[in-house]
Design a protein around this ligand. Structure first.
Ligand code: DAH
Length: 330
């Protein structure tokens, strides 16, 4: 067959192959090899071309190069189109051999963990858990707790006022009053909650913090029981090795009153964690309990202070910054 007809025949074959181009990448590559491979149809035409007499070479050389370029360009375009439609399909399919994607579990805030530990210890020895309002009136936060207006004890707790007689509670002691108004004695409650104080911020004081109030009222309640209960709690919380001291103090709603300190080895100083005392008869009178029959003890724990000592945290503000480098450690 003359070379001219052979060139046309290969061109026809290529057009046929292109109009029926396979979608499988490996079959598509076979088409490329059949035409452009080292022993492919084009290569064979060039072998024939080499045999031609010199005067015919310019014409057929041009024809052949044209055909080769045509096939190379069109094949490249077809292969590219194939890879573009094939890729989204590959992305959609699922590779079951891939390792699973792991995700991080969150953790409870260290203050929540400390609060739950406090609740666990006290509920195990018979205290019920109660809650009360964070916004309260002057009567429940101060007056009924034997802190009258203009009494110097109000200076102990700088207050955020909502209205002249409505405050953000400065302590959870307001719930003592609510509990006694709503329940007849004997009662035994703990009250976890947030409290607010408009005071100077430092490593150990913040404008918002958490307390757990305790209140036990019965016919015969002694200071020894109060001391024993709190010592038991502290040993449960910190272990039997912890150094504690009860220090005489003053609160208008308890008589006698004490504060409890824990030795902070890192700072080499005592740190106050709670106030406590025997419920003042004046408080019982304010809620209608007969103070000749009923006696009680009360206490208020500072949760941040306890968490600082337990987890060796040097600054109370860390609890409120939500820095993940801090939170991940608990
Ligand atoms: N309410 C006091 C405070 O926030 C703490 C306190 C002291 C609570 C003595 C009590 C208590 O129940 O008996 O500083």
């Amino acid at each position: 067959m003359p070379l001219k007809s052979q060139i046309e025949a290969v061109r026809e074959q290529f057009r046929a192959a292109l109009s029926n181009f396979p979608s499988d990448p490996r079959e598509a590559d076979q088409v490329r090899i059949r035409f452009l491979g080292r022993k492919g149809l084009i290569a064979r035409l060039f072998e024939e071309f080499a045999q031609l007499p010199p005067e015919q070479k310019p014409v057929f050389g041009k024809e052949l190069n044209l055909l080769k370029k045509e096939i190379t360009d069109q094949l490249q375009a077809a292969l590219q189109a194939l890879s573009q439609t094939a890729q989204p399909q590959a992305r959609r399919s699922v590779d079951y051999t891939l390792p699973g994607r792991s995700f991080q579990l969150g953790k409870r805030h260290p203050l929540t963990q400390t609060l739950e530990e406090v609740k666990r210890i006290f509920t195990q020895i018979g205290f019920a858990v109660a809650y009360g309002p964070e916004i309260d009136d002057d009567f429940h936060n101060f007056e009924a707790l034997n802190i009258p207006e203009h009494h110097p004890a109000r200076d102990m707790q700088d207050t955020f006022f909502i209205e002249p007689k409505v405050v953000l509670r400065t302590h959870t002691s307001n719930v003592q009053i609510h509990l006694m108004e709503e329940n007849d004695p004997p009662i035994r409650f703990i009250v976890p909650g947030r409290v607010y104080r408009n005071e100077a911020i430092s490593f150990k004081s913040y404008c918002l913090f958490h307390q757990v109030e305790g209140l036990y009222v019965d016919k015969r309640v002694t200071f020894t029981e109060l001391k024993g209960t709190l010592t038991y709690f502290i040993h449960q919380m910190f272990g039997p090795e912890v150094q504690i001291r009860f220090r005489p103090s003053f609160f208008p709603f308890t008589e006698p009153s004490a504060e409890v300190d824990i030795w902070n080895e890192e700072r080499r100083q005592w740190m106050e964690i709670l106030g406590c005392g025997m419920v003042d008869p004046a408080v019982f009178d304010n809620v209608g309990y007969d103070s000749r029959i009923w006696h009680g003890y009360a206490f208020g724990l500072g949760i941040e202070r306890i968490a600082m000592l337990k987890y060796h945290i040097q600054d109370i503000r860390l609890f409120y910054q939500n820095d993940l480098r801090f939170l991940r450690q608990f």
